[in-house]
Design a protein around this ligand. Structure first.
Ligand code: C2E
Ligand code: MG
Ligand code: MG
Ligand code: MG
Length: 287
C-alpha cells in the first residue's frame, strides 16, 4: 500500500521536477557510465620546495573527459559522487592510478616523489579504507612514505574519534597525512593538536590577496607559525604571483602549489616537465 503511494508520488512529482533536479539525475547517470567507460583521468600539479625550487610532490586531481560535455572539473561532480556513493569506486580508481603512476615515474628515474591524493568524507569513513590503501601500495610496489592523503577538517568532524583512529592507522603504515583547505573548515585548534598530520595546506582563499591584504597576510603568517610549532610541513595553495611567493618565502613557508609554477597537467605533460629536471622557475614552466 505504502509502496503504491510512493509510486504515485513519483509520478506526481516527475513532470514538475525542476530543471536542477533533472540535470542532477542526468549527471548521475553519466557519472555511472563514466566509470564503466573509463572516462576519468588524473591530472597532476607540482608541489615545489620554496627554498630550492625542486618539485617534491604532485597532487593528483581528477578530470572527467565526457564525450560531449568535454573536460569536466571535479567541482561539478565530486559532491554528487559523494552523495550517491559513487565516490567510493571512483576514489579507489584514483588511488590505484595515482600510486601506479608515481611508481612508474620512480622507475623512470625521476627520483623520490610524493603523490598526494584527495580523499572524500565517504571514502574516509569506509571501514576498509586502511586495508584497501595497504593493498594498493602492495600491488603497485609504491613505498607508503611516497603517498600522502589529503583530508579536510570538515570531513573529520562527523565522528572525530573514529577519524583519529583511521589517521593513526595510516600513520603507522607510513602514509603521510595532510589537512587540505586549512582554515576554511569547522574544526577547532584543540582537534588539530590531536590529529597526527604531517602537512597543513593553506587554503587558496587566504593566499589570494597577500601580501597586500594585511589581515590575510597575518592569517597566512600565523598558519605557517602554527605548522612550524606543531612540527608539520606547510604548503600554500593557489600561489599565482611572484609577490605572493616572496611573502611566503619570507615567512618560511615550506612548499607552494599554484599557477606561478605550474597548473595541473596530464601525466604525459608532467612527465615531459620532469624530464627537463625537477628544478622549476616561477612562471617559466606553465604547461
Ligand atoms: P583541492 O584539493 O584544494 O585542489 C586544489 C585546486 O586548486 C585544484 O582544482 C587546482 O587545479 C586548483 N589550483 C591550483 N593552483 C591554482 C592557482 O594558482 N590558481 C587557481 N585559481 N586554482 C589553482 P581542481 O583540480 O578543479 O579540483 C577542485 C577540488 O576538487 C579539489 O580541491 C578537491 O577538493 C576536489 N578533487 C579533485 N580531485 C579529487 C579526487 O580525486 N577525489 C576527491 N575526493 N576530490 C577531488
Ligand atoms: Mg587537495
Ligand atoms: Mg585545497
Ligand atoms: Mg578542496
Amino acid at each position: 500500500r505504502s509502496k503504491e503511494l510512493g509510486r504515485n508520488m513519483v509520478q506526481f512529482y516527475m513532470p514538475t521536477m525542476n530543471a536542477r533536479a533533472r540535470e542532477r539525475l542526468a549527471l548521475e547517470g553519466a557519472l555511472r557510465s563514466a566509470l564503466v567507460h573509463d572516462e576519468f583521468e588524473l591530472y597532476y600539479q607540482p608541489q615545489v620546495d620554496l627554498e630550492s625550487g625542486v618539485v617534491v610532490g604532485l597532487e593528483a586531481l581528477i578530470r572527467w573527459r565526457h564525450p560531449s560535455m568535454g573536460m569536466v572539473r571535479p567541482d561539478r561532480f565530486i559532491n554528487l559522487a559523494e552523495e550517491t556513493g559513487l565516490i567510493v569506486p571512483i576514489g579507489a580508481w584514483v588511488l590505484r592510478t595515482a600510486c601506479r603512476q608515481n611508481r612508474a615515474w620512480q622507475h623512470a628515474g625521476f627520483g623520490p616523489l610524493r603523490i598526494a591524493v584527495n580523499l572524500s568524507a565517504r571514502q574516509f569513513a569506509e571501514p576498509n579504507l586502511v586495508p584497501d590503501i595497504a593493498r594498493v601500495l602492495d600491488e603497485t610496489g609504491l613505498s607508503a612514505s611516497c603517498l600522502e592523503v589529503e583530508i579536510t577538517e570538515s570531513l573529520v568532524m562527523g565522528d572525530v574519534e573514529s577519524a583519529i583512529r583511521t589517521m593513526r592507522e595510516l600513520k603507522l603504515m607510513g602514509v603521510k597525512l595532510s589537512i587540505d583547505d586549512f582554515g576554511t573548515g569547522y574544526s577547532s585548534l584543540s582537534y588539530l593538536r590531536r590529529f597526527p598530520v604531517d602537512v597543513l595546506k593553506i587554503d587558496r582563499s587566504f593566499v589570494r590577496d597577500i601580501p597586500f591584504d594585511e589581515d590575510d597576510a597575518a592569517m597566512v603568517a600565523a598558519i605557517i607559525e602554527l605548522a612550524r610549532g606543531l612540527r608539520m610541513r606547510v604548503i600554500a595553495e593557489g600561489v599565482e604571483t611572484e609577490a605572493q611567493l616572496d611573502y611566503l618565502r619570507r615567512r618560511g613557508c615550506d612548499e607552494v602549489q599554484g599557477h606561478v609554477y605550474a597548473q595541473a597537467a596530464s601525466g604525459p605533460e608532467v612527465e615531459r616537465l620532469l624530464r627537463m629536471g625537477r628544478h622549476m622557475l616561477p612562471h617559466n614552466a606553465t604547461v
